[in-house]
Design a protein. Structure first.
Length: 103
């Protein structure tokens, strides 16, 4: 059985290509929880416990400073779930477990 694949080439200005790339990157940064490690949509991530929180959200929930949050990460108290660029995300489930262990 022979499978034919088609490749289409079309002209696009550098400006148009740049705009498409910027939109894709912006979308990925604004919606980090819909992307898994294979860069495909993660449809199995419907459990609210698997949601992610930003550093600011975690800082406000724990009522600690950014340096304290950094210390928690370094000593293993609370691990970073993912990083996208300079943005850091923590697992909501990990934070819930931490709060339950303390209480």
């Amino acid at each position: 059985m022979i499978v034919e694949k088609q490749i289409q080439f079309f002209q696009m200005s550098m400006e148009d290509l740049s705009t498409i790339i910027k939109k894709a990157v912006t979308s990925a940064i604004q919606n980090p929880k819909i992307i898994n490690m294979n860069n495909s949509l993660d449809k199995s991530n419907t459990n609210p416990e698997d949601d992610v929180l930003t550093r600011e959200e975690v800082k406000n929930i724990l009522k600690v400073s950014y340096p304290t949050l950094w210390k928690y990460n370094n000593d293993g108290t609370l691990k970073v779930k993912s990083k996208i660029g300079r943005r850091v995300y923590y697992s909501k489930k990990d934070l819930t477990n931490l709060l339950n262990d303390v209480a």
